[in-house]
Structures are given as structure tokens and as C-alpha cells.
Write a protein that binds this ligand. Structure first.
Ligand SMILES: C[S@@+](CC[C@H](N)C(=O)[O-])C[C@H]1O[C@@H](n2cnc3c(N)ncnc32)[C@H](O)[C@@H]1O
Length: 278
């Protein structure tokens, strides 16, 4: 007979890529996924030899650094579960804060919204479901990511119109927007050194990195296109790298956006910038 706590401790101690509290959390997440039981339900439960093979296989993937969300194929975001894959960024808590800000600041009905670089579709799907009858569009350069985003929209019953487009070389496919939102790639290549292998080896580089010599590339391009695609008084919302708050603020002000503000995340880091079209 194996005790739940000793199994969690034993497996967590073998997840060498993670600090112990996070490792324990991941093992519990995996056990719950496979056994459908919560910690309190399984203090004394199984012979180790009876653990399902799929659970043991997934535990081996966890040991190699694969993110738990990719192993189980889903990730929580703003109170819902989104399908994820190796082609999509795993939705982050900071992005939930961006979504929350947009919902809070825009209670009006029938707004037209575009999300650029949509990944799993977590932003447009959440906005469609939480806002007041918006018309929601989203685009990404990645076809495989768009397939996952489409599946999430269908599964969660959100009406989102998706486009495949390379925003650095094509224009915005919709106009008269009230809100333009983007969490674009923003990590300079040089930042790879300090990153955890579970991000570097398993999440798509296309979603993460920008050239060291031009880290604001996506912000500049999207903000320039936004001047035309946004309605007068339309708003632009960006998720940003914590080091680039001031630079993105200046970029938007220089382009003629007004009321440009940097907003911190719950950890007190500069994480969002919002501006208004003239
Ligand atoms: C940081 S991820 C954000 C994903 C999702 N919005 C989220 O917050 O979880 C950036 C996304 O931009 C997309 N992307 C990268 N280059 C692009 C380009 N040139 N045009 C359009 N989308 C692009 C990537 O495929 C990726 O899905």
C-alpha cells in the first residue's frame, strides 16, 4: 500500500528541474488528472504497481521538463479550460490580468475587438464570453495555433472570427475597431539564458522571442496599424515585458495616442500599457 503524501514527496523529489513546492504542486495536478481524486480523498489508496501506465508515462514526461499543461493538453484561463499544444503559448496569469482590465474598463455593448497573436485564443474567447455582446476577431501567423484557438472557441461557445496573417508584413484585416489588444512576442533573444528549460524546450519560439536589436518591433508595428484600424477614441491594450513599460509608453505617445498609461501586474511589475486613439 502506498500513502498519497509519500508518493507526492517521492515523485516531487525526482523532478529535479523544479523547486520542491512547485514540484509537489505539479505531481498533485498530474495525480488529480489521472485518478480524478483530490488529495483529501486518497490518503491511503493504491499499490504502486496498480498506478495506471498513462500516469507513469506522463510522470516521465514531467521529469524531462515538459510543462504539465502540455502533458494533460489543457490550461486554466479566466475560469475556463483551454486546449493547448506544442504550437501554442501556455496562457499566463499576467494575461488574465490584461483580460480583466479590458473587461472592467469597457462595459459598453457591441464593441468591435481584435486580438493580435492569439495563440490558444484565450484572450478573444474570454472577452467574448465576459463582455457585453462584443464582435470579436483574432489573428495569428501560426496555422496550427489557429486550429487550437478555433477548437477552443467552438468548445466554449464563443463567436470569434479568426484570420491567419503575418502582422509584421500584412495589414489588419478588419477596421472600425473599438479595442485592439495584443500580447505579442516580447522576450529578447538574449533573455533565453535565464529561462527555465520547460519554456525554452517546449513552448514555441515564434510566440516568445524578438531580436535583441529591436525588442519593440511588434508594439511599433501594431500601434502604427492601430492608428488606422481603430475608431477615434478606440483603445489599444498591450501586455509588455516588465523592462519596456516606459519605452512602449513613449512609442504610443509619439504616435499620437493619448492617455497612455503603464499598469502593473499583481506582482508589482510593469505589465500592461493602454492608450487611446485620438
Ligand atoms: C506571446 S504569444 C501570445 C498568445 C496568446 N495571445 C496568449 O496571450 O496566451 C504571441 C503570439 O503571436 C503569434 N505571432 C508571432 N509572430 C506573429 C506575426 N508576425 N504575426 C501574427 N502573429 C504572430 C505567435 O504565433 C503567438 O501565438
Amino acid at each position: 500500500m502506498i500513502n498519497y503524501n509519500s508518493l507526492v514527496k517521492k515523485w516531487a523529489s525526482e523532478l529535479e528541474l523544479y523547486e520542491l513546492p512547485e514540484a509537489q504542486n505539479l505531481v498533485e495536478w498530474l495525480l488529480e488528472h489521472h485518478l480524478g481524486l483530490r488529495r483529501v480523498d486518497m490518503m491511503n489508496f493504491l499499490e504502486e504497481k496498480d498506478l495506471p501506465k498513462a500516469l507513469l508515462d506522463d510522470y516521465e514526461r514531467l521529469k524531462k521538463g515538459e510543462p504539465i499543461q502540455q502533458i494533460i493538453g489543457k490550461a486554466p484561463f479566466y475560469g475556463r479550460e483551454f486546449q493547448v499544444s506544442r504550437d501554442t503559448l501556455i496562457p499566463r496569469n499576467e494575461t488574465e490580468e490584461l483580460v480583466h482590465l479590458i473587461i472592467k474598463e469597457n462595459p459598453q455593448p457591441n464593441l468591435r475587438i481584435l486580438d493580435i497573436g492569439t495563440g490558444t485564443g484565450c484572450i478573444p474567447v474570454s472577452l467574448f464570453l465576459e463582455m457585453n455582446q462584443p464582435r470579436v476577431f483574432a489573428l495569428d501567423i501560426s496555422e496550427p495555433a489557429l486550429r487550437i484557438a478555433g477548437a477552443n472557441a467552438r468548445e466554449l461557445k464563443a463567436e470569434v472570427e479568426f484570420f491567419q496573417a503575418d502582422i509584421l508584413n500584412e495589414s489588419i484585416p478588419v477596421d472600425s475597431l473599438d479595442i485592439l489588444v495584443s500580447n505579442p512576442p516580447y522576450i529578447p533573444e538574449k533573455g533565453k539564458k535565464g529561462m527555465h528549460p520547460n519554456v525554452l524546450d517546449f513552448e514555441p519560439g515564434l510566440a516568445l522571442f524578438v531580436p535583441d536589436e529591436d525588442p519593440l518591433l511588434f508594439y511599433r508595428r501594431i500601434a502604427e496599424l492601430g492608428k488606422k484600424a481603430l475608431e477615434p477614441k478606440g483603445k489599444i491594450y498591450f501586455e509588455i515585458h516588465e523592462d519596456y513599460g516606459k519605452a512602449v509608453q513613449k512609442l504610443l505617445s509619439d504616435l499620437g495616442y493619448t492617455e497612455v498609461e503603464i499598469i502593473e501586474d499583481l506582482n508589482g511589475k510593469d505589465r500592461m500599457v493602454r492608450g487611446k486613439n485620438l
